[in-house]
Design a protein around this ligand. Structure first.
Ligand SMILES: NC(=O)c1ccc[n+]([C@@H]2O[C@H](COP(=O)([O-])OP(=O)(O)OC[C@H]3O[C@@H](n4cnc5c(N)ncnc54)[C@H](OP(=O)(O)O)[C@@H]3O)[C@@H](O)[C@H]2O)c1
Length: 317
């Protein structure tokens, strides 16, 4: 099979297409012929061993000290079942999320059957590959961690990317009043997805106070983010340096305000079903900003690490 392989940490040009033996499903895993896979900011971070300040050593411990232990990146994908499994026939259209196992940037993949679901007719293969990365992260931070509810005033810093596009829609579904921060050229997109107000960060910091401040871009300095919090508000640094994470833990509850950082903890089967349910109820649709042929996956990596992509970048395999 053809696979996009990362043999050394580095820029987008370290990603090479190689011909490798196809993985053999073992230990109850199922084989998938991959049709499309997202190249996420997470993939770009692992490929470059680049993380927010203080977290690069942790990234290497988790994924490999000198090079990625799993050289085939890619967590979220759509494809066809190689054999009947998980109550589905061979050839069924499925999509899923490998979690830390990765391996989706290849023609063939093996995966835990609990981590795949049938693709609903409402999603094409490309869109299906783009549902879970942003959907799982946004649902976990907004619903589980923050308990978002009707009328909550929410500021999303970094609203037009993969996580932001999902956060906007999930917050709209829960009745929040949303201010989106991104460049003006993306304001039409974020208003379409649910933002009531839009602010361009190049015009300076947004002015006002919010019940929830979700910093997806990780560009709000700590003091500035705290100043944007209303009394009783909650700060959600989705991207945070080690210092900010420790600060959030030490000051988790202070002056009636909460600070909740960390990684997405809900990304397994139940969380995936919740994201699919949000989609089925018309609350969440994937936003694909670029579809790129697998052979040009280097271009997809460059876009993913730019910090300015619209929604998701998907490679077709
Ligand atoms: N904690 C977790 O478990 C978890 C899970 C998933 C992702 N993440 C992190 O979340 C971050 C975003 O992921 P993503 O996939 O949504 O990224 P993305 O698709 O690259 O989107 C980046 C967003 O940030 C905006 N942005 C860029 N510079 C900005 C600035 N100076 N101020 C405000 N906004 C700015 C961009 O808007 P413009 O294009 O208009 O500039 C865009 O809306 C990444 O750092 C990723 O590692 C964390």
């Amino acid at each position: 099979m053809k696979a996009a392989v990362v043999r050394a940490y580095g820029g987008p040009d370290v990603v090479r297409i190689e011909t490798l033996p196809a993985p053999v499903p073992r230990n109850g895993r199922v084989g998938i012929s991959v049709v499309a896979a997202a190249v996420t900011r997470g993939d770009a971070r692992i490929r470059a061993a680049e993380a927010p300040a203080g977290l690069s050593a942790g990234l290497r411990l988790a994924f490999g000290l000198r090079r990625p232990r799993q050289p085939i990146l890619g967590m979220v994908f759509s494809g066809r079942l190689a054999e009947a499994a998980a109550g589905l026939p061979a050839g069924a259209r499925v999509f899923g999320n490998t979690g830390m196992a990765m391996g989706a940037h290849a023609e063939e993949l093996t995966v835990d059957p609990g981590r795949i679901l049938p693709i609903p007719d409402s999603l094409c293969d490309v869109d299906a590959a783009a549902l879970f990365f942003g959907g799982l992260t946004a649902a976990d931070f907004l619903i589980d961690k923050a308990g978002i509810g009707p009328g909550a005033r929410l500021l999303i810093n970094g609203a037009s990317g993969e996580v932001g596009c999902a956060a906007l829609q999930i917050a709209r579904f829960h009745g929040a009043e949303i201010t989106a921060v991104c460049r003006a050229e993306n304001h039409d997109l974020v208003r379409d997805l649910g933002a009531h107000h839009a602010h361009d960060y190049r015009d300076g910091a947004p002015k006002g106070q919010w019940d929830l401040v979700m910093d997806i871009a990780g560009t709000l300095p700590w003091k500035q983010a705290e100043a944007l919090l209303a009394p009783g508000g909650t700060l959600l640094p989705v991207t945070a340096s080690l210092g900010a994470m420790i600060g959030a833990m030490l000051r988790a509850n202070r002056k009636g305000q909460r600070r909740i950082s960390g990684t997405t903890s809900a990304d397994g089967p139940a969380a995936m079903r919740r994201v699919l349910d949000l989609h089925s109820r018309g609350a969440l649709r994937p936003v694909v900003g670029a579809t790129i042929p697998f052979e040009s996956i280097e271009t997809a990596h460059a876009l993913a690490e730019s910090g300015h992509k619209r929604g998701s970048v998907v490679v077709t395999i």
